[in-house]
Write a protein that binds this ligand. Sequence first.
Ligand SMILES: [Zn+2]
Length: 109
Amino acid sequence: MDLHYARKPRHKTIWKEIIGLSVLALVHAPLFLVAPVFYGTLLLLLVRYFYIHKKSHLNVGWAKQNVPWHWDHHMGKNQDANWGVTTDMWDLIMKTRIKHLEDLKNEEK
Ligand SMILES: [Zn+2]
C-alpha cells in the first residue's frame, strides 16, 4: 500500500498528479465549444486515470489482477519500462512493456 494516496493532507506527488491532470483539462477546455463529446470523454478519462492509479497504489492485489503492467512498473526490476497506467497499449507499441509479474508466475509453476 502506498501511503501517499491514503494520507491527508495529500502528499506533494499526489498534488503534482492532480495539477497535471487539471492543466491537461484546462488546456483542452476550448475544445468544449467545437467538440463537447470529445471534451467530456477527455474529462471522464482523466478522472478514470486518477481513480485507477490511486486504487492500484492503495490495493496492490487489485493492481496485480487488473493493471499488471502498472504493478510491473513499480514492483518489477526495471522502472524505466511499463509506463502505462490504465492500459499497456503504448508500452506494447513502443516496446517498453516488460512482463515481470508474468515471469514470476511462470517461475512458480
Ligand atoms: Zn503508479
